[in-house]
Ligand binder design. Structure first.
Ligand code: PMP
Ligand code: GLU
Length: 400
């Protein structure tokens, strides 16, 4: 037997990917599943982006690239930040990786280790705490509530800071809650951090192009003069450009940190995919109406999802302001029996729902928020209508 390492044994599998795999298995067995588990746009990547990749592949761009990405892709990222957020950055501030998850891993691996603390407001995206733990650092989870709009307050942040605090992780728009912090709220958090520690901010802005109504996303690094010197901005193409499979994520950070991440990446993966980098340039530099169209469809799906969920008994749903998730409280149903099975928490709720009604949600426990479940509405209206009709019927079948 080959021995499995402590590291491998201590990491939990990604709950979102595991939920997606469960649905895939059922579908392969011929079951019609209403799958709302994975946060991934159902749209195909826009054609002009695919065409750029094809051209690159046929044109011989099939070799290793520089470790942190080609000069062309970094220039495109710098242009995009200048136009979209007014953030000035130079190529030495940019590193492209194989998805934003990889960027976060590299950023943490280059900044924290055993004995360090990383503050993570909950609910948080499933992978944050494991990505921190994998470095040996300690995730410090700070709970926010539905009542406070799932927003970390400066007082909570101040109370969580210790001499060991090295990084604060922020994620606005947030997966799983859809919370979007205002500029003023982020300023207050950033000021609290800066006045009480020398910690860095890791700001995951991957849903920045997916805000609803008149809400504007905020690039944390632009909040205060000099803040970009202690901010690691993370983003990627997966969500805005429907490019999950291309694995394009990036970090914008001070040059010495980018250099450290580059060294780690050189030993991990050599470089990001050459063809995907060409596709990313087309995404960032090309026409942006595809982003606008997808955002409008997500907004319409959000309206439909909220209308249907809010009409259900024992469901408390805060209206999401961004991203493509509904994160709702179903704890009123805990303790009931569904189809002979007692539901006692978010995990047993999701298991019974999938088994009995073939509706796939992700348990809130995976996001550090027991009592809640997450539904991704990055899927067609018919699926939303069909799946939520089933969920509604199933909820009324519960017996006290
Ligand atoms: N951050 C957040 C908040 C996410 O929801 C995701 C989900 N994919 C990622 C990062 C990572 O995205 P990717 O690795 O596909 O770029
Ligand atoms: N981020 C998405 C989600 O939360 C994709 C899956 C993953 O990488 O976790 O579902």
């Amino acid at each position: 037997m080959i021995r499995i390492s402590q590291l491998a044994m201590s990491v939990k599998p990604s709950a979102t990917l595991a939920a997606g795999a469960k649905a895939r298995q059922l579908k392969a067995a011929g079951v019609k599943v209403f799958d709302f588990s994975l946060g991934e746009p159902d749209f195909n990547t826009p054609k002009h982006i695919c065409a750029a990749a094809e051209k690159a592949a046929l044109g011989g761009h099939t070799h290793y690239t520089p470790t942190s990405g080609t000069a062309e892709v970094k220039a495109a990222i710098c242009r995009w930040y200048k136009t979209f957020h007014g953030l000035e950055c130079a190529p030495e501030n940019v590193i492209v990786s194989n998805g934003a998850k990889h960027s976060i891993h590299n950023a943490l691996a280059a900044t924290v280790g055993t004995g360090d603390e990383v503050i993570i407001p909950t609910p948080y995206w499933v992978s944050y705490s494991d990505l921190v733990s994998m470095t040996g650092a300690t995730p410090v989870l700070v709970g926010t509530t539905l009542e406070s709009g799932f927003k970390l307050t400066p007082a909570q942040l101040k109370a969580a800071i210790t001499p060991r605090t090295r990084v604060l992780m922020l994620n606005s728009p947030c997966n799983p809650t859809g919370t979007v912090y205002t500029r003023a709220e982020l300023e207050a958090l950033v000021d609290t951090l800066v006045n009480n520690s020398d910690a860095a901010i890791l700001s995951d802005e991957i849903y920045e192009q997916l805000t609803f109504g008149n809400l504007k996303p905020t690039c944390v690094a632009t909040l205060r003069a000099g803040l970009k010197d202690r901010t690691i901005t993370i983003s990627g193409a997966s969500k805005s450009y429907a490019m999950t499979g291309w694995r394009m994520g990036w970090a914008i950070a001070p040059a010495p940190l980018v250099k450290a991440m580059d060294t780690i990446q050189s030993q991990e993966t050599s470089c990001p995919c050459s063809v995907s980098q060409a596709a990313l340039i087309a995404a960032l530099d090309g026409p942006q109406d595809c982003v606008h169209e997808m955002r409008q469809q997500f907004a319409a799906r959000k309206e439909l999802t909220c209308k249907l969920l809010q009409a259900m008994p024992g469901v408390k749903l805060p209206v999401p302001d961004g991203a493509f998730y509904a994160f709702f409280d179903v704890s009123a149903h805990f303790g009931k029996t569904f189809g002979g099975k007692q539901v006692k928490d978010s995990l047993s709720f999701c298991d019974a729902l999938l088994e009995q009604a073939h509706v796939n949600l992700v348990a809130g426990a995976a996001f550090g928020a027991e009592g809640f479940v997450r539904m991704s509405f990055a899927t067609g209206n018919e699926t939303i209508q069909g799946g939520l009709a089933r969920l509604g019927d199933w909820l009324t079948s519960g017996k006290q």
